[in-house]
Design a protein around this ligand. Structure first.
Ligand code: PA5
Length: 447
């Protein structure tokens, strides 16, 4: 099967000195990650996850997915951050652009998401949609205590129990959570839900290849064995520190660019199906590297759409950015532009070409323009948007992220900064145990 490829030629000459100087650091970072001896090593279980996931695990996930597909017209995935973005990214990439606008068919439920925000309107409208419908819930939280999914799950569970009855509802709820700790674990055990365990040594944003991502992806009807195979092949490809493999190369290039003053990385796609892949990538890199006053800011654009809004800035704004372009080699359709006798729109010169051929020239033209405008461009070429390529890409980004974080000198596997908003929110909402903080925050607001 074809593999993803990395092209750094359009970026290298912007920071060649820095890139050369980082060779040993990249090898050391890669060795440390593989040996599990670096900062946050307790959370590097994902490194060998693809090769260690058994056929039995895949079969069990597929069996649960088949059960939910049979029993439901809608399956709601409740989760946020790493317990949401991976599944959303893969399912959006693999499904029809307009999948959400078709009605569910027997054994082909619609996958919906909740608990990824705290909007009352979102929850109200979701519950309205699900009223009287056959639905199930996959509730996902590693800690089992996250507020956003807890609110959504409470509401959805109530609705499901009202509609299906408490006993039947138990069969329609699956919990993916910690093996021992957390409110969700306690509730799942008490209620008797089917559960999947998120391994202790895999953090949220690295968990898409555990049941966190695999179960929703299987429920959406996609081939998780092939997804894992792609990841497994990339695990093998990147398993040799110092071999200048794809992950080391990308990690080294982005750190070299960072050192040369490029503080923002924009992940660029030319296919709307990859929009949420960029959202997943932003969490992966932002939460892993943005600490101790350091880290590349991860941003993203969908092109050519955003060339008509962000294009000016990218071409001509402050020269602190570089781009990483996700380029797709092959799309499954051949939609050709037709000749028109009147040619009022003036695009007959495109007649006979496929829409994707035009897109490819837009991509090349953009690359050349941005490079000329002082924007280094890294290219990642995907053979296609399918399970195998996505599996490779996910693992590649994860591995490169670990290596990159170690080169940068941070612990890529913690997220202490995420707690700050929670502390304030709990204090403002007077959560038991936060009495002191409540008092302090109110005094601060009344000043
Ligand atoms: O990567 C992370 O650790 C976070 O983004 C979490 O995934 C997110 O906060 C959700 O946490 P949990 O799965 O514990 O509900």
């Amino acid at each position: 099967m074809k593999t993803i490829a990395l092209d750094i030629r359009h970026a290298l000459y912007f920071a060649e000195k820095e890139y050369d100087a980082l060779k040993d650091a990249a090898t050391a970072a890669s060795s440390t990650l593989d040996a599990g001896t670096g900062a946050g090593a307790d959370f590097t279980g994902w490194v060998k996850l693809p090769s260690e996931t058994s056929a039995e695990t895949v079969a069990r996930i597929n069996a649960t997915a088949a059960r939910l597909r049979e029993a439901c017209d809608y399956v709601v995935c409740v989760g946020i951050g790493g317990s949401y973005l991976g599944a959303k990214a893969v399912v959006t990439a693999l499904q029809d652009n307009f999948a959400d606008h078709y009605l569910p068919r027997p054994s082909e439920p619609k996958l919906l998401f909740a608990g990824q925000n705290i909007s009352g309107e979102y929850l109200e409208e979701l519950c309205r949609l699900l009223e009287g419908k056959r639905f199930g819930i996959i509730v996902i939280s590693k800690s089992g205590t996250t507020t956003e999914p807890a609110i959504a799950f409470r509401e959805l569970k109530d609705l499901l129990e009202k509609q299906a009855g408490k006993e039947k509802a138990k069969d329609l709820i699956v919990a993916v959570t910690d093996g021992r700790r957390g409110a969700l674990r306690t509730m799942a055990d008490k209620e008797g839900y089917e559960t999947y365990v998120i391994p202790d040594n895999v953090g949220g944003r690295f968990s898409v290849l555990t049941p966190v991502g695999l179960l929703p992806i299987a429920v959406a009807g996609h081939d998780i064995a092939t997804l894992l195979q792609g990841a497994k092949d990339m695990e093998a490809e990147t398993a040799h520190p110092g071999s200048d493999n794809l992950a080391e190369k990308y990690a080294r290039m982005r750190n070299a660019l960072y050192q040369s003053g490029k503080k923002i990385e924009i992940l660029v796609n030319f296919n709307p199906k990859l929009h949420f892949l960029a959202e997943w990538w932003k969490q992966l890199y932002g939460e892993s590297e943005g600490k101790n006053g350091k880290g590349i800011f991860p941003a993203s654009v969908d092109l050519t759409t955003d060339l008509h809004s962000m294009g000016q800035w990218i071409q001509d704004g402050e020269r602190t950015i570089f781009e990483t372009v996700l380029s797709v080699r092959k799309t499954p359709v051949e939609r050709r532009i037709r000749m028109n006798a009147e040619n009022l729109d003036g695009i007959n010169y495109l007649a006979g070409k496929t829409v994707d051929e035009v897109n490819a020239q837009a991509e090349l033209g953009t690359l050349l323009a941005h490079e000329e405008g002082g924007v280094p461009v890294v290219r990642i070429e995907l053979p296609a948007i399918d399970e195998y390529s996505l599996g490779q890409l996910i693992y590649f980004f994860e591995k490169a992220c670990g290596v990159s974080g170690y080169i940068l000198g941070v612990n890529p596997f913690d997220q202490p900064g995420v707690e700050a908003y929670k502390k304030n929110m709990f204090a403002l909402l007077e959560k038991p145990g936060y009495e002191e903080e409540s008092k302090a925050i109110k005094e601060k607001l009344n000043k």
